[in-house]
Each structure stands twice: as structure tokens, then as C-alpha cells.
Design a protein around this ligand. Sequence first.
Ligand code: GDP
Ligand code: IMO
Ligand code: MG
Length: 425
Amino acid sequence: MPATVLVGAQWGDEGKGKITDLLAGNYDYVVRFQGGNNAGHTVVHGDTHLALHQIPSGIMYENVCSVIGNGCVVDPKVLIEEMDNLAELGISTDKLLISSHAHLIMPWHIDMDKGAEVTRSAHSIGTTGRGIGPAYRDKISRDGLRMCDLLEPDYFRERVSELLLVRNEELKDVYGTEPYDVDEICELYAGYAQRIGGQIVDTVTLLNEAVEAGKSIFFEGAQGALLDIDHGTFPYVTSSSTSAGGACTGSGVGAKWIERVLGIAKAYTTRVGSGPFPTELLDETGDLLTTKGAEFGVTTGRRRRCGWFDAVIVKYAVRVNGLTDICSTKLDVLDGLEKVKICVAYDIDGKRVENMPDTLSAFAKAKPIYEELDGWMSDTTACKTFEELPENAKAYLKRIEELVGVPITLISTGPDRDQTINNGW
Ligand code: GDP
Ligand code: IMO
Ligand code: MG
């Protein structure tokens, strides 16, 4: 099994961290290929609780090499804090490697991210405020700085001097924030270089030599399909390619090595930030999902919006990612509900629509058409096999499989690594 890609199949927070931690031990490398510290991936193993933002969720395994790929944007300050937190828990980050081509999040990106949200006014995205959009903007417009630039202080200084001439004007005139000083920035980033410089390497060559030598790679996606810059609910998306294709561009490993694409989908739906959400529940069932599912953001602490499972968006995620497998997470959160609903299609202007609408305005008008199923009134958190699940929970999962057309080969019924059912993975 040379390479497996794991991606979120909804709007993020599907439990990617838990499943990556569960599976990572079987691979030689675990690679993040996009996003930055906007991600918040939770790993629970017994008494150990980790909230990871930039570091791959395979870090618990000493034999696994964790890689931050070229498609990522990295805030070195946050990365170093995260490394220090792990060290305090006795988890080594010695085997963490960072792509020399990953782009740097600079302090002005954070100001611009927050400032842009204000100027967007009624159309604010609800970003995590971590500087992600502006860092990717600078990458695409070729005004970004990369990890390798940290290792060449003279070049770094030249570029920072050039960039700040323009950025400081923009900060002052557009966002009304303070300018940055070239010397201070260079000193700050020289400190980061001293700390993590030894871990910045050519990960493209490293990963390709690894697969050529028969080693295996697990790609850990961040965010989810509906937050993808191309395929998501634009403009209410993040700024990277969250779908499986991003694993190739964001690591330099070719598509021929990828054998399985695992989509993580909650047994219901959540979304943080703005944008249409057809199955959102603004009633006591929504509150119950938020409370029972502990649906509060790992990165920003924001309350996540909750709703029923939406088969239309997950079927879309199956397509844009080429999913071969699905892992259904948080099934236990639905335990004890008398009835459960699945959105099988939308009603848009009186027409039944079974595929993801092409425009945001149509999606915003989509009213869910539900199928109601009997719930299961028993606890699933200790079930170890598919057979042990309550009959109605099995029927619920089977119906989802039928609707989205991909087998559910993993089922998660609790946050711990052990609370997972292997159903053919
Ligand atoms: P990620 O961003 O996709 O890694 O997901 P998050 O970590 O942001 O959010 C998932 C949350 O659900 C975390 O608090 C996990 O510990 C928790 N979790 C994961 N799987 C399950 C599950 O099957 N049941 C329950 N109850 N919690 C889960
Ligand atoms: P994980 O990896 C859920 C959302 C933000 C906002 C939009 C843009 O934990 O699943 P950004 O800061 O990226 O420019 O914000 O994307 N968002 C996430 N939502 N989970 C995430 O990551 C997210 N990362 C970004 O809430 O709506
Ligand atoms: Mg998360």
C-alpha cells in the first residue's frame, strides 16, 4: 500500500485527527499537504488529549516520520509552540520534517486576514484569523516567502524589505494597523530559523525516494471537501485544495502511488463560519448535537453549527475526491434519538435536485428533502464489530452507503483510538 489519502468529506472537523492517529502506525510517513494552523485535529488516546494544528496527527508514533508538505502554509511561531507543548507531554518532534517549499505565514498576513473580514462586512467568511488566505494569496501572486528563505538570511532580508514597502502601506491605508520593521522581522525569523532550520528539507525528493523504495505514505487532509478553494461553497471556503488532488500538488508525490482515498464524514453535519448549510438545525435537536457532540472548534473555540446528515454534499465529496472508502464518525452522538433524518435531495424553487447545485445562490435556496429512519435507543460506544451495532444504526449506515455509493469501511463511536469498528478497511 504505497499511499493512502485521508480527506474531510464535509465542512471540516469530521474526526480526521482521530482516524489519522488510528491508522498512522501502519505507515512510514504521515504528510500534511495543505492548510496551516487553521486546522484543529484532535487525538485522544487514553489519558492523552492532543489538539494539533500544523503537526501531522501521526506524531504519537516514534517509528513514523511526520512531514509538513510544500502545499502547507506555516506560522513558525505557532509551530514552535506546538512542538514545545508536545515535548511537555513527552512526545518527540525530532522526526518532524518541514518542506523547504512550504510558505511562511508572516505577521502581516494575520492582520490582513482579520482586516479583510471587517471590510467584507455582510459577506465575512468567518475565517480562523490565522493569516491563511493572505499567505496563500502571496504564494499565488509570487510574493510569498518560503521555509527555505529562512535559511538564507540575506535573501530573506532583501525580500522582506521589498515586500514591506508595499505591505506597510496596505496595512496603514486599508486596514489602519501598525507597520512592521524590517530589522525586527528579520531578527524574529532568524530566531525561528535557529530553532527549526535543521528540520527544513527537500521533502519532495525524500518522499519520492521513499515510495520508490517501497515505503508507505499516509496523507492527512485538513478542512473538508466543501471548504476546497475550487470545489467548495466559494467564497465561504478556505484558501487551499482540501480534496485528494491536493495531496499530489501539496507533496510532489505523483497520483500513481495513491491506492486508497478515505473520506471522513460525521454521522450528521457541522460547519464553523459563514455560508449556506441546508440541513442546519436551529432547534433543540441542533442544540443536542452541539452539546452531546462537544461541537466547539479546536482552533477558535467557536460553536459549530449542527444539522442532519446531508447525502448530497457527501456524494459530491465522493466525486471530487474519488473516494474509495468512507469512515463514518460520531455515530454515538445520535444514540438515543427516536428518529434520525438523512437529507437525500434538495428542493430548489420547487424542483427536486440530487446533485450539488452549481451556484451558491441556488445552494442557499436548497431546502432539504429528508428520509426519516427509526433511531436506536442504545449505546454504541462499546461496540467492537458492525454486527454488535443496534439494528437501526446498521440500517442508517447501510442507507448512507447506498446514497453515496461508497462502502463505509470504518465506523467511529467515540473519540478514543479504540472506539472504532473495522468494517472492511
Ligand atoms: P478534525 O478536525 O477532522 O480532526 O476533527 P476535530 O478534532 O476538529 O473534531 C472532532 C471532534 O470529535 C474531536 O473532539 C474528537 O475527539 C471527537 N471525535 C472523533 N471521533 C468521534 C466519535 O466517533 N465520537 C465522538 N463522540 N467524538 C469523536
Ligand atoms: P479542520 O482541519 C472547520 C473554515 C473557517 C472559515 C473558512 C475559512 O480542523 O477540519 P480560514 O481561516 O481557513 O481562511 O477560514 O474555513 N475552516 C474550518 N472549519 N475545520 C477546519 O479545519 C477549518 N479550517 C478552516 O471556519 O469558515
Ligand atoms: Mg478540526
